[in-house]
Design a protein around this ligand. Structure first.
Ligand code: ZN
Length: 98
């Protein structure tokens, strides 16, 4: 028995109903429909799976990161080389600093 739009929905046998439901699900990509959620921090809308992978920064954190990148791009030479920083930190640690 193949579904016809003229069927009375209340009398469709479960087997026909389920196979038609499965056909419609698979025609739009299959599976359960995505439940979209809104990130509390940034307001981005995404599926639960995307939300689990979402590494969010607050607006303040994003602004701080953007300003640091801008500072670096304006003056890329104004940096502390890793070796010098490492040495400074190790000296501080030996002197009992924080
Ligand atoms: Zn977010």
């Amino acid at each position: 028995m193949k579904y016809k739009p003229t069927w009375d929905l209340r009398t469709i046998p479960d087997s026909e109903f389920n196979s038609e439901a499965a056909r419609r699900r698979s025609s739009r990509g299959g599976g359960r429909p995505k439940v979209m959620k809104t990130c509390d921090k940034c307001g981005a809308v995404m599926s639960a799976r995307e939300m689990r992978a979402h590494k969010c920064t607050t607006k303040a954190q994003s602004a701080e990161l953007d300003s640091r990148v801008a500072q670096y791009q304006q003056n890329p030479e104004d940096v502390i080389p890793w070796e010098r920083l490492k040495e400074a930190l190790s000296n501080k640690k030996q002197k009992g600093g924080q």
